[in-house]
Design a protein around this ligand. Structure first.
Ligand code: DOR
Ligand code: ZN
Ligand code: ZN
Length: 436
């Protein structure tokens, strides 16, 4: 296996130093290292490989929109070395068989570790629990369970799921959306939904479920993770829950950090997403929540959809946006360049903590001697104009098309192998053996 010396990288934005990699492991950090192929990292920031807790790959079932391989390639281009693949596939990832298939496809692809998320309820139907234990015991070692796309709205089922996963240190990741309050909902409820004549999606539909679930998690002494927080009230509830010592974590998406509901004026379904883009005040609140630690992590909710499901009238369009290839740039723009987060904190919120929440022990590790060489090199001074066609994804539903965003991934290393080099995907890859 090739050895590398990364020269002059600023680890977590610190002073430039060299990083030596051998056999997939970081073997040296310091000045003037030698003994491998040279990678010039002058001016680049080195972060631990990013970990996404919330990715939709569409395999099995909708391989026209995304496969495990293309999703992994998009992830690598975004600086990720691990993604959690949501369960809303066809068939649903609600058995050991399906999660093992997804896990194995990820390892075979070799661009990124793909950690399957198991469904909470059979077929995402919300009526009976899926085989949580069997998925946890499978080769995929599932720790995160979610009906994402749908809310586990039945309080009894939610309670049982929270209780059940305690046995294997699992976590329930809730898509907080009260179904009755969001029937037919199309966009954030507010003056604008009235003006545009689109059915409103009230903040309370999200907040009511989060309030219920933090209390349930407290009651049964279990671990809860809340997906894609999007409102000021949600941030306040999580802040309150944490102050009470409730074991809850929360995520925000890049799009909820940058975009707001004014964009819906265009009636362009590229901006249609679940939960919906919210008000500017909500955007401010989620930025503050991420900065002060109330919101633990950034997760992409990368949701590929084929053109025909997005290029149609608003009401008929699918919910969801791509996110893997732009996440770090959006976080740089909204949080780093505004002085709200340091690179060290970005590493925490996009690598260390998501790995911790997902209990992925070999990812989200520090850049230190003896650790697996999962590293992303970022050029924070780069400016790139986003082009939706320039993607590894099979889909093109990129809401940032035409925007200029800061930062660019120059290289990504997965266990010492470059998956991205010189700002481009490495293809074909030199594969590593798949072992369980
Ligand atoms: O916008 C979304 N798209 N939100 C979800 O919860 C599901 C996702 C999807 O699967 O497309
Ligand atoms: Zn969701
Ligand atoms: Zn999702």
């Amino acid at each position: 296996m090739t050895s590398y010396v990364i020269r002059g990288a600023k680890i977590l934005g610190g002073e430039p130093t060299d990083i030596a990699i051998e056999d997939g492991v970081i073997t040296g950090i310091g000045a003037d290292l030698s003994g491998g192929e040279e990678i010039d990292a002058t001016g680049l920031v080195a972060l631990p490989g990013l970990v996404d807790l919330h990715t939709h790959v569409r395999e099995p079932g909708r391989e026209d929109a995304e496969t495990v391989l293309t999703g992994s390639q998009a992830a690598a281009r975004g600086g990720f070395t691990c993604v959690h693949a949501m369960a809303n596939t066809e068939p649903v990832a609600d058995t050991a068989g399906v999660v093992e298939q997804v896990w194995r496809l990820g390892r075979e692809g070799g661009y990124c570790d793909v950690q399957p998320v198991g469904a909470v309820t059979a077929g995402l139907k919300g009526t009976q629990l899926a085989e949580l234990g069997a998925m946890a015991d499978s080769a995929a070692g599932v720790k995160v369970f979610s009906d994402d796309g749908k809310c586990v709205s039945d309080a009894v089922l939610m309670r049982r799921a929270l209780e059940y996963v305690k046995a294997f240190d699992g976590v329930i990741a809730q898509h907080a959306q009260e179904p009755r309050l969001t029937e037919g909902a199309q966009m954030n409820e507010g003056p604008l939904s009235g003006e545009l004549g689109l059915v409103g999606w009230p903040a309370v539909a999200e907040e009511a479920i989060i309030a219920r679930d933090v209390l349930l998690a407290e009651h049964v002494g279990s671990r809860l993770h809340v997906c894609h927080l999007s409102t000021r009230g949600s941030v306040e509830i999580i802040r309150w829950a944490k102050s009470r010592g409730i074991d809850v974590t929360a995520e925000v998406t890049p799009h909820h950090l940058l975009l707001s509901d004014d964009l819906v004026r265009s009636y362009d379904p590229i901006y249609k997403v679940n939960p919906p883009l919210r008000s500017n005040d909500d955007v401010e609140a989620v930025r503050d929540g991420l900065a002060d630690g109330t919101i633990d992590i950034v997760a992409t909710d990368h949701a590929p959809h084929p053109m025909e499901d997005k290029e149609c009238e608003w009401a008929a369009a699918a919910f969801g946006m791509l996110g893997l290839e732009t996440a770090l740039s959006v976080v740089q723009q909204t949080m780093v360049d505004t002085g709200r987060l340091t690179w060290e904190q970005v590493a925490e919120k996009m690598s260390t903590k998501p790995a911790e929440i997902g209990r992925v022990s070999n990812q989200g590790r520090p850049i230190a001697v003896g650790e697996p060489a999962n590293i992303v090199l970022v050029d924070p001074a780069a400016q790139r104009t986003i082009d939706a066609r320039d993607t590894a994804s099979l889909s093109r539903n990129n809401p940032y098309d035409g925007l200029t965003l800061p930062g660019e991934v120059v290289a990504t290393f997965l266990r010492g192998r470059p998956t991205v080099r010189d700002r481009a995907l490495v293809t074909p890859l030199v594969k590593e053996a798949v072992t369980a």
